[in-house]
Design a protein around this ligand. Structure first.
Ligand SMILES: Cc1cc2nc3c(=O)[nH]c(=O)nc-3n(C[C@H](O)[C@H](O)[C@H](O)COP(=O)(O)OP(=O)(O)OC[C@H]3O[C@@H](n4cnc5c(N)ncnc54)[C@H](O)[C@@H]3O)c2cc1C
Length: 222
């Protein structure tokens, strides 16, 4: 691992997602959308392979932010991360990944798959680029939505929140299907930024291509 840093603060973003603010290591540079591997610098954990997470802070921020969902049932890295305190140390790899902003388009995310798009959208806002983007964001319930207010502020009427386990006014109920994409997406010649569990990414690719999206316009973690 290339870098070492320590946690400055943590706070809950949703009931099972925490924001981690850590010191930015000297010479660390990332592009919004890229991931890094994190390793916890504690006995039992420091010899484990790194797990991938995505900085949600801006490249020029003085600190790094990660937005991490906990899976307590796995008794793995995310559960341990959620128990860390200020002062605890992390090793951080060089950034990697294929998700980058290429131009106006539609962001399609499920659950913690929103993290690369949080970084990208915050960066667009910081540069005054707020127009011509849409968001479709799938979650189980309203309480699972990460940074809903911020995303609604950024995408306005072009944000669509889809809940699979809750039927709530103001939210779509069900899953992201071809029908929903046809109803909500205004232009299939734009870029499509897709992130979420593997099956979700595959389903979105099939649906988008059936609606006329070009393979080259699909941006995802390869
Ligand atoms: C490029 C990239 C960027 C990512 N960025 C983020 C991010 O910013 N924020 C975020 O929250 N997540 C992100 N993720 C996902 C994140 O890496 C995983 O959720 C995390 O590594 C899983 O850790 P864990 O606690 O499940 O523990 P692990 O230590 O990986 O697993 C512990 C145990 O759980 C089991 N297990 C793992 N997955 C499952 C499963 N689905 N069902 C049942 N058992 C399972 C394993 O077999 C293992 O025995 C990213 C993933 C990628 C590929």
């Amino acid at each position: 691992m290339k870098y070492k840093s320590s946690i400055l603060m943590t706070e809950f973003v949703t009931h099972d997602v925490k924001r981690f603010i850590i010191g930015k290591p000297e010479n660390f540079i990332h592009e919004p959308g890229q991931g890094v591997e994190l390793v916890i610098n504690k006995q039992r954990w420091k010899d484990e392979e790194g797990r991938p997470f995505t900085p949600t802070s801006l490249p020029h921020d003085q600190v790094l932010e990660f937005t991490i969902k906990c899976y307590p049932g796995h008794h793995g890295v995310t559960e341990k991360l959620h128990g860390l305190q200020p002062g605890d140390e992390l090793f951080i790899s060089e950034p990697f990944g294929t998700i980058r902003y290429k131009g106006p388009g539609v962001f399609i995310a499920a659950g913690a798959g929103i993290t690369p798009f949080l970084g990208i959208c915050r960066h667009l806002v910081s540069r005054g680029n707020t127009g011509n983007h849409q968001l479709l964001f799938a979650n189980k319930t309203k309480n699972d939505i990460i940074c809903e207010k911020e995303l609604r502020h950024f995408f306005g009427a072009d944000s669509f929140f889809i809940l699979s386990k809750e039927n709530t006014p103001g939210y779509y109920h069900g899953r992201i299907t071809s029908e929903l994409l046809r109803e909500t997406v205004s232009d299939f010649s734009h870029y499509f930024y897709v992130c979420g569990p593997e099956g979700f990414v595959t389903d979105m690719h099939v649906a988008l291509q059936s609606l006329g999206a070009e393979v080259e316009s699909l941006v995802f973690e390869e």
